[in-house]
Design a protein around this ligand. Structure first.
Ligand SMILES: [Mg+2]
Length: 279
């Protein structure tokens, strides 16, 4: 049996920038988790930077500002970085202004249009109009028609990228809300194709971009999240500190058997708050 050091906080007070996952870490669905507001206010009062990184590409930053505001957490659009931002960054490196067939929400589609990409609607074989990429996001407006068209393009050999690999979106009552990773399995079953790029966590791209933009050294940054395979692995892949909370996907039993080892484990953000209050 592993010796899990739960709620041990030595050294966490030295972290200067906290990158919070949201679902399962700060809230579940629309319910703020105990201690979330207190922790964020404490960190800000201590002069720490608080940012939010999420794999969920069904909402854009403005929508997250509103979602957090409804839970009394004040934030601005600059405080958020989503897997949609990461996929834009990566697509821009390959082909700025590319033509995209998007399986995503209207918010995600608008975001890509604003970033200078051209959205292809429907299926075409016209070489002038065929998309450069099929982009899969967390599409809460998914239809059978979109799946059909996406599969047609993949069978034709169009490049395939995705925002994030999460199988389910956390929800109250341990319900399973299918997320982009589950869609990927369906599409793989139909076409044999997997995305060539997955932009969100565990890919460290979001963390790398933020550290570069804000000038933080990796050892001064901590990722706080509830998932070992995405949140914690993204921190490990980026080379920063990792903090796992047990209010979402991960529990003690999973930690006992997992090969992923966070630097810190707390029962909840409330326990991080209590640890940091002492400093
Ligand atoms: Mg989460």
């Amino acid at each position: 049996m592993k010796d899990l050091k739960i709620n041990e906080s030595a050294g966490i007070e030295n972290v200067q920038c906290f990158l919070f996952d949201m679902d399962g870490t700060l809230y579940l669905g629309n319910d703020r988790l105990d201690g979330a507001l207190e922790l964020i206010e404490l960190l800000k009062s201590q002069g720490k930077r608080v940012l939010y990184i999420t794999n969920n590409s069904s909402k854009v930053a403005g929508e997250y500002v509103k979602k957090l505001a409804a839970m009394d957490i004040t934030a601005t659009v600059e405080d958020f970085f989503t897997s949609a931002d990461a996929i834009v960054y990566m697509l821009n490196k390959i082909k700025p202004g590319a033509k995209l067939y998007v399986v995503g929400t209207p918010g995600f589609e608008n975001f890509l249009t604003e970033k200078g990409f051209t959205l292809v609607k429907g299926y075409t074989r016209d070489p002038e109009l065929v998309p450069d990429f099929v982009v899969l996001g967390f599409d809460t407006t998914l239809t059978y028609e979109k799946l059909r068209i996406m599969c047609d393009y993949l069978v034709d050999g169009v490049k395939y990228v995705a925002t994030h690999p999460d199988m389910v979106c956390p929800a109250e009552g341990h319900r399973s809300v299918p997320d982009a990773g589950s869609f990927m399995l369906l599409i793989e079953g139909a076409t044999g194709r997997r995305p060539e790029i997955i932009a969100g966590k565990p890919n460290p791209t979001m963390i790398n971009i933020l550290c570069e933009k804000l000038g933080y050294e990796k050892q001064d940054v901590a990722v706080v999240g509830d998932r070992l395979n995405t949140d914690i692995m993204s921190g490990i892949n980026a080379g920063c500190k990792t903090v796992c909370v047990l209010t979402g996907e991960t529990d003690r039993a999973l930690l006992e058997t997992s090969s992923v080892h966070p630097d810190y484990i707390f029962d909840s953000v409330k326990d991080i708050y209590e640890a940091l209050s002492a400093h």
